[in-house]
Design a protein around this ligand. Sequence first.
Ligand SMILES: Cc1ncc(COP(=O)(O)O)c(C=O)c1O
Length: 358
Amino acid sequence: VNSAKSAAIAKTGAKTRVIHGGALWQPQIGSARDYDSIVTADVNDAWYPPAPRVLETIAEWTPRVHHSPDTSGQLLLHAIAKFHGVPIESIRLGAGASDLLHHIISSSVASGDEVLTLDPTYSEYRRIAWLAGASVRPIDIRRLDQSKPRLIALCNPNNPTGHVLTRAELLHIVQSVPRHTFVLIDEAYIDFAPDESLIADAPQFENLIVIRTFSKAYALAGLRVGYAVMGERVRDLLDRRGRAPWPVGLLGLRAAETALEERCYVRQRVAELGELKNSLIASLPVPTLPSATHYFLADLQATGMTASAVLSHMNDRGIYLRGLAGFTNRELERFIRITTQGPADNLRIAKAFRELSL
Ligand SMILES: Cc1ncc(COP(=O)(O)O)c(C=O)c1O
């Protein structure tokens, strides 16, 4: 019995292990100087710093970090409510989108439930659902009436493909699912397709949850700030579960408040990223798939090289890209995800690809 039990635990362990990028923090990389020499195109963080006023705010509040932050994060809640035109009661803060994803999925899904996701998509939805004992299947938008999932978790724009679902497609899903189905839309990259957002609609649908983060276009990944806007029924369910107090630290709260006031900066950076991405793609000797975001997939099939050979060639040059081996589908192993960097690092990526003489 024990060996069957440990085999089952090992199997769940393997299923629930998720690979994230983050080569930057390998133990052998010790000094701030080392960090600057590495190209971290394996994570979708911004290559640029936050807006200058956000950095000033962080500097201004740093001497006060001996204080606990406001437990409820009132000022940030007010700023978010005003920004999206949603009621304060519909917003919950979290230590990044990841914290909210864990809280929301594990509170709404139980053993035996079914969860639908895109395929491929961000692996955390699948992992959290599996940890809760649910089964996970790819969504078929034409056959929504044939299943009764507890949760549909969508990433829009999607990671790792950069594909965008339109508002009309999303509203169709939200309106056609049974009442007991929650629809979660992770808008981590919505700054690349702002017109398709459903965040302002979330409070009107009792089963809709929209998640945002300051980690991507706002360039605050290190501070861990995210929020969710949701309908009443989801809210009640989450609040019954309870959470640890102070999900966001003092610097995170203050920086995010200022970041929302610096929309112009983010808009300019996102537009600039689009141009940087186009020149990077034009300089690569491999075909790439269309993407609305700053990351995109390079297809290695025609090159005759495996992703692991390309990744190790890049790593030897201090360049980290993301293989898709950790995603569900083995066919994806011929793709590599590349996250657009600033001009100098993009040149390094292109040069390293050219050295492969593909
Ligand atoms: C789709 C998606 N959602 C959420 C996250 C995590 O974001 P956060 O830093 O806010 O936890 C990521 C990070 O890569 C992501 O790709």
